[in-house]
Design a protein around this ligand. Sequence first.
Ligand code: NAD
Length: 274
Amino acid sequence: MTDSSLKFKEQVAIVTGASSGIGKACAIHLANLGAHVVVNYSSSQDEGQKTVDEITSNGGSAILVKADVSNEEEVKAMFNETISKYGKLDILVSNAGLQQDAPFLEMTLKQWQKVIDVNLTGQFLCCREAARIFVEQSKKPQENNHNELSIGKIVLMSSVHDVIPWAGHVNYAASKGGVMMFMKTISQELAPHKIRVNSVSPGAIKTPINKEVWSDPQKYDGLMDLIPYKRIGTPRDVAKAVAWLASDDSDYVNGETLYIDGGMTLYPEFADNG
Ligand code: NAD
């Protein structure tokens, strides 16, 4: 274990899209803090297995589960497998997402639909299953060992593009804008059940999704113009915020979006008086 505080000891977490990037970092960080982690992947079994191996070699507990988050049956099967293996669920990190970029005038319905299906409908399917399990668990007092604290925590992976428009990426920006209102609405609806729902909105984080930008020195310099803090984020920067939102330390935080962006949403172009 790399962290001795183990604030998630005996808690069970599902992290979707945990075979790479931010999801992988979240899975490893939660496991290092004591959680049993369900590492979800959709296509790359080898990469998913690497996440599991890293967790178990640190002394942590994890299983690998394949599911396409946009497929209702596969999502249900993933949650069923989690309950079969660990007997309960405490945390969902609904992270899986992708980009399929094109100028608006050229974007195909297939490109639009794919991104909405994974980034928005995938959140709906995973959050609904998690919430159903949390509500059922809350009816069994012996499993609700949190007393007055939340009985289930959901953290959605959004993006700064839930507030920053993004030409050439309308499917992605629309999906993340949708994630914000989805998160706020279910947060309002689920709070009386003592289920907390919040989002994390990363800025530019160094992962495979944006390799084309950070691997090109000229594009990297251009990116720095958008980041007052003058560095690209790391998956671990995001994982630490996710862990806080999933922990009892944030028990009175509900329906919020936490921007992890080095100030990207601070309108940096106005820093010199615009
Ligand atoms: P990534 O490409 O490394 O990870 C995305 C993960 O989602 C992969 O593991 C992929 O296999 C998985 N995935 C894709 N489609 C899936 C499906 N149908 N079912 C299950 N899993 C699926 O990129 P990342 O940067 O780590 O992205 C993770 C999340 O963070 C995404 O929601 C993305 O929109 C968001 N995000 C990333 C950045 C960034 O700068 N990297 C910024 C803002 C938001």
